[in-house]
Design a protein around this ligand. Structure first.
Ligand code: NAD
Ligand code: UDP
Length: 340
């Protein structure tokens, strides 16, 4: 089985390539390196002792996509390539609608042209409005709070319409909760461009003294300790969810939507405390005002994925904190020694 992974050198895509290769899929990647490095290929190959086929291409360029399909018999596509910063999407909405919607349409058109109609879409818990009942099931109403989230809602709508027009499509929509952690080899992980917005990369940067302080956004929420609660999921568990989803694509038709989360919520202070404890480091933080648009609590009901994909997250918060820190330290070493 040969699968195409768009954005396969990015954070979640690279971990998914590893799991796919380890499950004997042939993996073709297209990535424009806008938020990743070519050295990720070698690192994926070092972990798996297998090769990937790489195209340095951009989904905005239809001929880049067509070339991949002309040169490979693609059985299924996992579509990770997108722009993903909520903050940036507020400042540059057109960039987000173009990359996350127009370029996805280019991809789907090429798939139609080459009669490859099995598709996995990286969606997000960002599609759920802040009023959703906790834990959130797939049946909750979608209502995005920002342009990034809106691109995921539109992406899902588009896929629903596509499937309604042609039932030969087999589509799995995966709504990720908060991926953190890194591969236990320390060879691949998250490599945010510029200043990160997400909690874990900020924690690891404070731990490594790249930044002096973590701002905790609000301690007056109605939660266990007043700080925001999220469903953090180890990126390797998330990647394994994709292997189950690919199997689902081949066993049924239809459009299926799944939450990929652990079903457990942890507060910001619980994350900080666990990180400090398992890694024996100190995280200097200060409580500041709430961040606009942040819901108090957001965690998944992952029962549907368990039942229909036979998948559930296995790694603990301790694993996530340990693996995130190992990756950060390795990243530091690579930068210091100027090695990839
Ligand atoms: P990432 O930025 O690490 O990876 C995306 C990859 O796609 C990068 O390697 C980038 O170079 C590539 N890319 C972007 N635009 C491209 C284009 N036009 N053509 C070719 N390649 C392109 O992001 P990630 O964290 O791995 O996220 C993967 C997917 O999961 C995204 O769709 C994102 O919206 C979604 N998602 C991420 C999170 C998260 O917290 N990381 C949460 C929910 C959903
Ligand atoms: N958070 C924080 N300080 C930061 C970044 C995030 O306190 O510098 C909090 C944020 O308010 C939320 C949690 O950490 O409660 C997770 O935020 P993140 O941006 O990682 O994910 P998302 O908001 O998309 O769930």
């Amino acid at each position: 089985m040969k699968v195409l992974v768009t954005g396969g050198l990015g954070y979640i895509g690279s971990h998914t390539c590893v799991e796919l290769l380890q499950n004997n899929y042939e993996v073709v990647v297209i990535d424009n390196l806008s938020n990743s490095e070519v050295s990720v290929i070698t690192r994926i190959e070092t972990i798996t002792h297998k090769k990937i086929i790489f195209y340095n291409g951009d989904l905005s360029n239809k001929s880049d996509i067509q070339q991949v399909f002309q040169q490979n018999e693609i059985d299924a596509v996992l579509h990770f390539a997108a722009s993903k910063s909520v903050n940036e999407s507020l400042k540059k909405p057109l960039k987000y609608y173009k990359n996350n919607i127009s370029n996805m349409i280019n991809l789907l058109e090429a798939m139609m042209e080459f009669n490859a109609k099995k598709f996995i879409f990286s969606s997000s818990a960002a599609v759920y409005g802040s009023t959703a009942q906790q834990p959130i099931s797939e049946l909750a109403t979608t209502k995005a709070m920002n342009p990034y989230g809106e691109t995921k809602v539109i992406g899902e709508d588009l896929l629903n319409d596509l499937y309604a027009s042609d039932s030969e499509w087999s589509i799995v929509v995966l709504r990720y909760f908060n991926p953190i952690g890194a591969h236990e080899s320390g060879l691949i992980g998250e490599h945010p461009n510029g200043t990160p917005n997400n909690l874990m990369p900020l924690i690891t940067q404070v731990a490594s003294k790249k930044r002096s302080l973590l701002y905790v956004f609000g301690n007056d929420y109605n939660t266990i300790d007043g700080t925001g609660v999220r469903d953090y999921i180890h990126v390797v568990d998330l990647a394994k969810g994709h292997v189950s989803a690919v199997q689902k694509l081949f066993s049924t038709h239809g459009l299926h939507t799944y939450n990929l989360g652990t079903g457990e919520g942890y507060s910001v202070l619980e994350i900080i405390n666990t990180f400090e404890k398992v890694n024996n480091v100190n995280i200097h933080y200060e409580i500041v005002d709430r961040r606009a648009g942040d819901p108090a609590v957001c965690f998944a009901n992952p029962a549907k994925a368990k039942e229909e994909l036979d998948w559930s997250a296995e790694r603990t918060l301790e694993d996530m904190c340990r693996d995130s820190w190992r990756w950060e330290k390795n990243l530091e070493n690579r930068i210091l020694t100027n090695k990839n």
